[in-house]
Design a protein around this ligand. Structure first.
Ligand code: NAD
Length: 431
């Protein structure tokens, strides 16, 4: 975890951007506009703790770009949250919305806190007060928050209620990722993991077409790091809907290896038992599982590795040991640019985060549209629409790979930057 603190995530993100900007010969004036966040808000706010003491917490909301639509992005609760990290995550949200072509800009937020150390009532008080503090810049047509690390449907419900109480009427469009009972969307909880799964399947097809993969589905092995919202739903949809063999899963506590592959039934059981942080994976060890460490998961000899936990997990220190032939990034920023270079030189096929994990923001967009209209869609229609968006985005980026002879990450940036740059040029620089 020491590594995480030393690396500036925003500098890394700008390095990735600049690689693409150079290749597409992006106008320098437009580059200036596109890299800088539009607005950054830091709030320090008090919360009355259960023991009667008052604790002051710090939180952030960064709006990176709004030229294609309202700012959009999740809010995380984590002890390592800082402005640099939130800025980088907001930056990636702009490219994520653009690469899947949904009419949003990019934003992100966070509170520096370990939520596992709070009681339920402290968590609720912190959530409501933080949301009131950032209310001066958010709004259903301005900036729409969503879940991220350690924030879930219950917290979305508190945020929506807080905003609605403050302005005097129920406002469904203010956050996405809400529970179904209060304006949530079918298919939102699973959407990010499902989207990563669609990208894995598209990557397999793409590499087969190129003659770079000669394995049947049932011979393809997969390892997933992280068993939260993204990792667990990736594990579930993968085991339910494909014949690939999911051989390793892990979370903060460590992980399990199962040579014959986990079944969907096993994944469902593990999800049930770890839901709501009741237990970590290692607390629910089952017979036949071999315990492995988080480092082992990263360096396993598998076809597909999907890091779905936190950023900077593959760096120049361990990239050389990675044996996977494909990396599909469920988490945001799991690879540093140095790791990217090492892996690309080993011909690893990398599907970048802001394409691979765009399923969440895509169904968030569907939820927002439904909420604005107070008119709700069926699960099957949402899954179909998500599949179409993800597949189109993957194929569009793959075509850009051919056109510019670049890697998938650079190609995804080129497509996303083209869209945001065109919107910026069309709108012009005010005044
Ligand atoms: P989560 O809080 O639900 O789960 C995080 C998981 O990572 C947990 O299983 C945790 O135990 C594990 N983890 C934490 N530190 C770890 C470590 N050092 N080693 C191994 N595992 C570790 O979070 P989430 O919503 O699943 O988000 C995970 C990542 O996906 C983040 O980078 C987030 O920004 C990104 N993401 C999430 C969404 C979404 O819709 N939730 C959408 C896009 C991107």
């Amino acid at each position: 975890m020491e590594e995480t603190k030393k690396i500036s995530l925003f500098d890394n993100a700008v390095k990735q951007f600049d690689r693409a900007a150079h290749i597409m010969e992006l106008d320098r004036n437009i580059r200036e506009v596109l890299i800088k966040p539009k607005r950054e808000l830091t709030v320090n706010f008090p919360v009355c703790m259960d023991d009667g003491t008052v604790k002051v917490f710090t939180g952030y909301r960064v709006q990176h770009n709004v030229s294609r639509g309202p700012a959009k992005g999740g809010i995380r609760y984590h002890p390592n949250v800082n402005l640099d990290e939130v800025r980088a995550l907001a930056f990636w949200m702009t490219w994520k919305s653009a690469v899947v072509d949904i009419p949003y800009g990019g934003a992100k937020g966070g509170v520096t806190v370990d939520p596992l150390k709070l009681s339920d009532s402290e968590l609720e008080k912190l959530s409501r007060r933080f949301f009131s503090e950032i209310q001066i810049i958010i709004g259903e047509e301005k900036d729409i928050p969503a879940p991220d690390v350690n924030t879930d449907g219950q917290i979305m419900a508190w945020w929506m209620d807080t905003y609605s109480m403050n302005i005097g009427h129920t406002t469904l469009g203010i956050v996405t990722g809400k529970p179904l009972e209060i304006g949530g969307s079918e298919g939102r909880t699973e959407a990010t993991g499902r989207g990563v799964n669609i990208c894995i399947q598209e990557a397999v097809k793409y590499l087969r077409d190129k003659g770079k993969l000669n394995k049947k589905d049932e011979e393809i092995t997969v390892a997933i790091q992280g068993f939260g919202n993204v990792g667990s739903y990736l594990a579930l949809t993968l085991t339910e809907e494909t014949d690939y063999k999911l051989v390793a899963i892990s979370d903060y506590s460590g992980g399990f290896y199962k040579e014959s592959g986990f079944t969907a039934e096993e994944i469902r059981r593990l999800m049930e038992r770890t839901r709501g942080r009741k237990a970590l994976l290692l607390d629910v060890n089952e017979e036949g599982y071999k315990e492995i460490t988080n480092e082992d998961v990263i360096t396993l000899d598998v076809d597909v590795l999907s890091p779905c936990a936190l950023e900077n997990v593959i760096t120049e220190d361990n990239a050389d040991q990675v044996k996977a032939k494909m990396i599909v990034e469920g988490a945001n920023g799991p690879l540093t640019p140095e790791a990217d270079d090492i892996l690309l030189s080993k011909n690893v096929f990398i599907v970048p985060d802001f394409l691979a994990n765009a399923g969440g923001v895509t169904v968030s967009y569907f939820e927002w549209v439904q909420g604005l209209q107070w008119n709700f869609w069926e699960l099957e229609d949402i899954r179909k629409a998500l599949h179409k968006k993800m597949k189109n985005a993957f194929c569009d980026v793959a075509k850009t790979v051919e056109k510019y002879e670049v890697d998938m990450r650079t190609a995804a940036y080129i497509r996303a930057i083209e869209r945001v740059a065109n919107a910026t040029k069309l709108r012009g620089i005010y005044p």
